[in-house]
Design a protein around this ligand. Structure first.
Ligand code: GRF
Length: 220
């Protein structure tokens, strides 16, 4: 089997996307195309740390509050990620802005999941805003990270319906379930070498691999 992609996952909280990644690529999966080299959190209380420990994956807390500025925090993260032997980064609910230097250093080797169909609804509170705008479809996006927040070549998207009776919480959990399918799917494509960036467009060498359409209930 080809060499595994050595991945660092960066978290700040709950870690449900991390869990989806652990379930598909954790140490217990013998034929995994990915090895999770490190789970790094900027918050010591992040629940995701326990998930990683339970799965037997190395964890590290770098509390940003202990650093004088963003540059020194990012430099420390960079050092640790490299020391762990990681070649690729997945942001999974990492709630800190990254410096341009860090983003450039990991260009095309760092992805994020955003809870909306980009380029619509960048930023926070996407589910509330989707409802307020009367959107009929909502979803999530896995994209390469660029300095401008929630931009960057789009690798894969999953769409879910917005239902008339939806609350923000109901919509959030429908999107989250889609995230848990989409993120491992996108990482698998990357590990297989099927994703490349050309002129700031992510090309995926597999028919329809960038789309996951979860229409539920199905249309008549
Ligand atoms: C997810 O909704 C993800 O799209 C966003 O942050 C949230 C993280 O949730 N970037 P979790 O920590 O993975 O449960």
């Amino acid at each position: 089997m080809a060499e595994k992609l050595r991945l660092a996952v960066l978290i700040s909280g709950r870690g449900s996307n991390l869990q989806a990644i652990l379930d598909q690529f954790g140490p217990q999966i013998t034929d995994s195309p990915i090895e999770i080299a490190l789970v790094l959190s900027n918050r010591p209380e992040a629940a995701g740390l326990e998930r990683a420990e339970k799965a037997g994956v190395r964890t590290l807390v770098l509390d940003h509050k202990g650093f004088p500025d963003r540059a020194s925090f990012d430099a420390a993260m960079d050092r640790e990620i490299r020391a762990a032997g990681a070649q690729f980064i997945a942001l999974a609910g990492f709630m800190r802005l990254l410096s341009d230097d860090f983003i450039h250093a990991w260009r095309d080797r760092m992805v994020n999941i955003h809870p909306a169909l980009l380029p619509a609804l960048k930023g926070l509170h996407t589910h509330e805003r989707a409802l307020r705008r009367g959107l009929k479809l909502h979803g999530c996006t896995v994209h390469f990270v660029r300095p401008e927040m929630d931009t960057g070549p789009i690798i894969a998207q999953a769409a879910v319906p917005v239902l008339p009776e939806d609350t923000a919480d109901a919509l959030a959990s429908r999107v989250l379930a889609a995230e848990h399918r989409l993120y491992p799917h996108a990482l698998r494509l990357i590990a297989a070498g099927k994703v490349r960036v050309e002129d700031e467009i992510a090309r995926v060498d597999q028919a329809n691999a960038g789309t996951l359409c979860l229409i539920n209930p199905p249309l008549d």
